[in-house]
Design a protein around this ligand. Structure first.
Ligand code: 5AD
Ligand code: FES
Length: 362
């Protein structure tokens, strides 16, 4: 225990320290979590920023080996939301005081798609008098497109590195130009250079991944000077090539626990960034997101994709919390946040403080 306290008192954590922390058991991790909660309170406070997550479409030109909506998966029925669906979901987020939204979708680079996003951004700005913040999560695009979308009103961009170790990245992706590790890094850099608050992230508990890889992932975020991170457990999907390794994976609970430790250590080494409590954490533990918030995360991304939106609206009319999507029932979310001493930040963009320090804007 003494050893852990010594590590946590250090000014700067070395890779070996991070590995030690990642290997802590449940009892030992309590000290880590106490420290990360304290650092969170002192640096970003107890506010939780909401982003209404709008999943535009699951049509994707990529074929990542872990992903359920990969191009080669023929068992998925592909959809694309209409403009009205997207704008309604944005309006729903605005009316519910979320402050901002995330437009996420499978990767596409055709002009019809990129122009449509520009159009949607302009309309979202109109419907909210410029008040709704917009984060994009639409994969690898050209510098020109990043610029175009920024001018149309987007100000944050998420592109997960997925795994910062090149050799492991290669094992998780097809070996072709569309899935190049070098491109991924370069594109993340372009996003940063285009002036976006830049977010990235990794999956935790992937086949072949080691604790050392995870320590490197955390150092990657630090060295890249990243503003926001979303990371969560890898969850195997039956219709993907990686499914065959399912018996070699860490137990789901261990992947979850490792994700919590990743969030806590990240909060310690990057005190002022935004860290999301991800849905993947919630899918393993019903109060997974709240646990992540307690020990370091400060962003929640409730899914407001239509269908779910309608169910949530119905929840207000009927008995709350009996629906299968009750986890995102807004009243419940707010009550549950109070249990972990956190508070829903109404109508705030919730920008990354780290971004302003990095760019000397504040
Ligand atoms: N398990 C967990 N996360 C996944 N993602 C894709 N497939 C999986 C999976 N099987 C994550 C990727 C991607 C994000 C949108 O979803 O990190 O960037
Ligand atoms: Fe979905 Fe790459 S195909 S993350």
């Amino acid at each position: 225990m003494n050893n852990i306290s010594n590590i946590l008192q250090k000014e700067k954590l070395e890779k070996t320290d991070i590995i030690t922390l990642l290997n802590l058991d449940k009892e030992q991790a309590k000290i880590l979590f106490e420290k990360s909660s304290e650092i969170k309170q002192n640096n970003v406070g107890n506010k939780v920023y909401y982003r209404g997550l709008i999943e535009l479409s699951n049509i994707c030109k990529k074929d990542c080996f872990y992903c359920g909506i990969r191009k080669s998966n023929k068992n998925v029925s592909r959809y694309e939301l209409t403009d009205k669906d997207v704008l309604d979901a944005a309006k729903y987020s605005y009316d519910n005081k979320f402050g901002s939204i995330v437009l996420q979708g499978g990767e596409r680079t055709d002009k019809k798609f990129t122009d449509r996003i520009t159009y949607l951004l302009e309309e979202i700005k109109k419907l909210s008098n410029g008040k709704l913040g917009v984060t994009l999560s639409l994969g690898e695009q050209t510098d020109q497109i990043y610029k175009q979308w920024k001018e149309a009103g987007a100000h944050r961009y998420l592109l997960r590195i997925e795994e910062s170790n090149k050799d492991l990245y290669k094992k998780l992706h097809p070996n072709n130009n569309l899935h190049s590790f070098e491109t991924r890094i370069n594109v993340l850099k372009s996003i940063q250079n285009a002036g976006y608050q830049t977010g990235t992230g990794v999956m935790i508990g992937l086949p072949f991944q080691t604790v050392e890889n995870l320590a490197d992932d955390l150092l990657f975020f630090l060295n890249f000077n990243i503003d926001m991170v979303g990371m969560g457990p890898y969850i195997e999907h039956e219709d993907t090539p990686l499914y065959k390794y399912k018996n070699e994976l860490w137990h789901l609970n261990d992947r979850f626990f490792m994700s919590l430790k990743m969030v806590a250590i990240l909060r310690i080494i990057m005190p002022k960034i935004n860290i999301a409590a991800t849905t993947a954490m919630q899918s393993i533990d019903p109060i997974g997101r709240e646990k992540a918030i307690k020990i370091g995360a400060n962003v929640l991304m409730p899914n407001v994709t239509p269908g779910i939106v309608r169910k949530n609206y119905l929840l207000y009319e009927n008995k709350p919390c009996i629906d299968e999507n009750a986890d995102d029932c807004l009243d419940c979310l707010k009550t549950r946040l109070k249990l972990v001493n956190a508070e829903f930040a109404e109508n705030e963009w919730g920008d990354s403080k780290h971004f302003f320090i990095r760019t000397n804007k504040k």
